[in-house]
Design a protein around this ligand. Structure first.
Ligand code: ZN
Ligand code: ZN
Length: 161
């Protein structure tokens, strides 16, 4: 599902929007995402998972996350780790794989054929709580990136699958 939003701050009238979609650049984004995971950008747990087990695939789609504690929010790749169903539980190789090795691209459609091994625990940058994936109802809880006040939702557009 592709989705785009426009919001406007009740207080300072700042208008902003974002689009969450899978573009033709997604294979490149996927590779960058795997590279970032393997270099430790998203913490040691994910780094080790993706270095030790080559068959892990990632959901690299940009997703909206909201902190239910302090209401900070962010758009980040989902980073959920998937494994092929046929392989069952992961078997970690002893030596591990080289981070420089080729990355096999797995599309969002292919992910549906795999099983979810673990969701990434997106920590809030402000308070450290685990952020949750936001749906349309949560848009009302987003705070203005300029002044922190409440927003009104002007448009939500869905297209594609
Ligand atoms: Zn927070
Ligand atoms: Zn504002």
């Amino acid at each position: 599902m592709n989705r785009s939003f426009t919001l406007r701050c009740f207080s300072c009238r700042h208008q902003y929007g974002f689009t969450l979609w899978v573009s033709s650049l997604y294979p490149q984004e996927y590779k960058t995402c795997i590279k970032d995971i393997r270099t430790g950008k998203y913490g040691t747990e994910w780094q080790e998972l993706f270095l030790k087990e080559r068959s892990f695939a990632v959901d690299a789609r940009e997703t909206l996350y909201l902190c239910h504690n302090c209401r900070d929010w962010d758009i980040q790749p989902s980073l959920a780790a998937y494994l092929p169903k046929s392989e069952g539980k992961p078997v970690f190789s002893e030596k591990g794989a080289k981070p420089s090795g080729p990355v096999e691209f797995v599309s969002p459609e292919q992910l549906r054929e795999m099983y979810l091994y673990k969701s990434y625990p997106h920590p809030c940058k402000r308070c450290g709580s685990r952020m949750k994936r936001a749906n349309t109802e949560h848009l009302l809880f987003l705070t203005c990136p300029r002044c922190g006040a409440e927003n009104e939702v002007l448009t939500v557009i869905d297209w594609g699958e």
